[in-house]
Design a binder for this molecule. Structure first.
Ligand code: GTP
Ligand code: SPV
Ligand code: MN
Length: 618
């Protein structure tokens, strides 16, 4: 089939999808689309323009197929519920591959297969895989349209759910395509649900395949994804491009692609600070990105909640953009008391995936309200009551919503130059050992804190919930190259920042998740985390002294603002208690973890461990 004889795909009455490439589309894109179409043999090709009309038509199509349920427009205008196949509910790290030419370039955090071998496998899997379906072409920009920091890609997919989600999560369609000329580099991203339809075969609400491959070719900057329609497996602009491929681009070009939230905080005097924070999946980035301070006079505004691209600006500052245009946030635990801003953001124009349906056509999940409704339809479509003994929403259920819907979105969130970063924080979910907040002694120590992030597994990881895992820079699942080279790159960025003479961001480690002997969180978290932000920014301003400890700088007695805070002095002491034995064993564990990277671990990080052990031992 050639593009010119692509038939019109099914569309709701009165809507015509665009079946031809817009005039001026670079030949490189047209050729690639034709090549993939020749292999996958879709019934039709649609060039997504990104319009509201197109989104509405796709939604209507999905409602008619039973993929989407339109929610009650009085409760939740322009919003939809989607239920995935129960075997397709999260990223699958075990099926994610980095296919670099050399195994060592993927490093021990990644599954590696030689690119030639993977191409053979994919050739078989993609052969005729889109039969009976429409292939959608999605040109997209990561980063504000026209920003020098933005990068472009084209995703092909046979999933209308992916097209609709990409419209929320990225700047896509016509306005992105217009920016791609014959000389603009762009990333190829091919995706299929892996469920071809024989002539006359009835489709199912959530087509997917038991077999999954999420593959990346860092040298040729390509992504090929097979078998899943869920989140990071399928919205290839997100983790596959903006982290795995972008981390390689960033390493080569001298910038950083990170799993970080971005916020602007304003102090009572009106001074603004920007913070970038790396936390593993489901460890509170969205919450911190939308934080409502409990301390008077402070304001926090949202720049991004998941991914940041950072580089050294002309002014010598570390500057960051949020390459995304929306939020793909964890629903459970999101409620009016924990994240009111998110609750407001998702009042309308939202796609919900794998949450529960209420009897009046709205959505619910654990933590949405204190009291669960008396009856629900759960995420698998079954009747549910509070005594059902199982969660109504999947623990990794998500909302997909435009950042523009967020009432706390910062006025500089689309600044093409990016925001100038004052502080970088690393956090994980640690029930013991790691204090509430520690300031790094210097940049190299901060890089050590980043490289040794560890966290108890949540539902987003394919591990037993609660087991401890190393997640350096919260990037373990998202590295496109050898993690040890990333740590070296961070040390290099530090040197370049100092040489540039601008302000060098301070680095901090935080842990909202320390527990008491009864397993109860010692710190109330959420809005109260503003107290920790206040301490960090007063440190940057030179307004607060800090106490030296073997692991870094902590607040002096009374240094953390506890006015109006409902935490006992015992709990506060426990939050900062230095568990020397635990810290030493953490350092041993970090050293053993580094050993897995062999020679590629930068000498500076080995020095950090040795110095830390010495300080702890004395
Ligand atoms: P990804 O989107 O998967 O990258 O994750 P994320 O880091 O954006 O995760 P998110 O913000 O959705 O994390 C949500 C989980 O963290 C929920 O279980 C929240 O209850 C919990 N959480 C967030 N902030 C806090 C906090 O300050 N204290 C405690 N105890 N839990 C928190
Ligand atoms: C994460 O798992 O860190 C996410 C969700 O942000 S996903 O986009 O599915 O990777
Ligand atoms: Mn994430």
């Amino acid at each position: 089939m050639t593009l010119l004889d692509s038939p019109a795909p099914t569309a709701p009455d009165g809507y015509r999808f665009r079946t031809q490439p817009p005039v001026g589309t670079p030949a490189s894109i047209v050729d690639w689309v034709e090549g993939v179409a020749a292999r996958t043999r879709p019934d039709a090709i649609v060039w997504a323009d990104g319009s509201q009309e197109e989104f509405d038509a796709l939604a209507e199509l999905m409602v008619s197929r039973g993929t989407m349920i339109r929610l009650n427009p009085e409760k939740r205008p322009n919003s939809y519920l989607v239920r995935s196949n129960p075997a397709d509910v999260a990223r699958v790290e075990s099926r994610t591959f980095i296919c670099s030419l050399q195994r060592e370039d993927a490093g021990p955090t990644n599954n590696w297969v030689h690119p030639e071998q993977m191409r053979d496998t994919l050739d078989g899997l993609f052969d005729g895989v889109m039969q009976g379906r429409t292939m959608y072409v999605i040109p997209f920009s990561m980063g504000p349209i026209g920003s020098p920091l933005s990068r472009y890609g084209v995703q092909l997919t046979d999933s209308p759910y992916v097209v609709a989600s990409m419209r929320i999560m990225t700047r896509m369609g016509e306005r992105a395509l217009e920016r791609i000329t014959e000389t603009t580099p762009w990333v190829k991203a091919a995706h299929t649900v892996g469920y071809p339809l024989a002539p006359g075969q009835q489709d199912i609400p959530w087509p997917s395949n038991e077999l999954k491959y999420i593959t990346h070719f860092p040298e040729s900057r390509e992504i090929w994804s097979y078998g899943s329609a869920y989140g990071g497996n399928a919205l290839l602009a997100k983790k596959s491009f903006a982290l795995r491929i972008a981390s390689v681009l960033a390493h080569d070009e001298g910038w950083l692609a990170e799993h970080m939230l971005l916020i602007k905080a304003t102090n009572p005097e009106g001074k603004e600070f920007h913070l970038a924070g790396a936390f593993p999946s489901a460890c509170g980035k969205t919450n911190l990105a939308m934080l409502q301070p409990t301390i008077p006079g402070w304001k926090v505004e949202t720049v991004g909640d998941d991914i940041a691209w950072l580089g050294i600006g002309d002014d010598g500052q570390l500057r960051a953009i949020n390459p995304e245009a929306g939020f793909f946030g964890v629903a459970p635990g999101t409620g009016w008391s924990t994240n009111a801003v998110a609750m407001e953001t998702i009042q309308s124009d939202t796609i919900f995936t794998n949450v529960a349906l209420t009897d009046d056509g709205d959505v619910w999940w654990e933590g949405a309200t204190k009291e669960p409704p008396a009856h629900l339809i759960d995420w698998q479509g079954n009747d549910w009551t509070p005594d059902s003994g199982r969660p109504a929403a999947h623990p990794n259920s998500r909302f997909t919503v435009s950042a523009a819907n967020c009432p706390s979105i910062s006025d500089d969130w689309e600044d093409p130059r990016g925001v100038a970063i004052d502080a970088i924080i690393f956090g994980g979910r640690r029930a013991t050992t790691v204090p509430l907040v520690v300031e790094a002694r210097d940049w190299a120590h901060g890089v050590y804190l980043g490289a040794t992030v560890s966290s108890e597994a949540t539902a987003a990881a394919e591990a037993t919930v609660g087991t401890l895992r190393r997640d350096p820079f919260a990037m373990a699942p998202f590295y496109g190259y050898n993690a040890a080279d990333h740590w070296k790159h961070w040390l290099e960025i530090g040197r370049r920042l100092r040489a540039a003479g601008g302000k060098v961001p301070r680095i901090f480690q935080v842990n909202w998740f320390r527990k008491d002997a009864n397993g109860k969180f010692l710190w109330p978290g959420f809005g109260e985390n503003s107290r920790v932000l206040e301490w960090m920014f007063s440190r940057i301003e030179g307004q607060t002294a800090a106490k030296e400890t073997p692991i870094g700088l902590v607040p002096v007695d009374g240094g953390l603002n506890t006015t109006g805070l409902d935490v006992s002095s015992e709990a506060l002491a426990e939050l900062f208690r230095l568990d020397t034995a635990g810290l030493l064993s953490d350092a041993e564990d970090a050293a053993a973890y580094f050993d897995g990277f062999g020679e590629r671990v930068p000498a500076e990080l080995r020095t950090e461990i040795a110095a830390l052990r010495e300080r702890l031992a004395s």
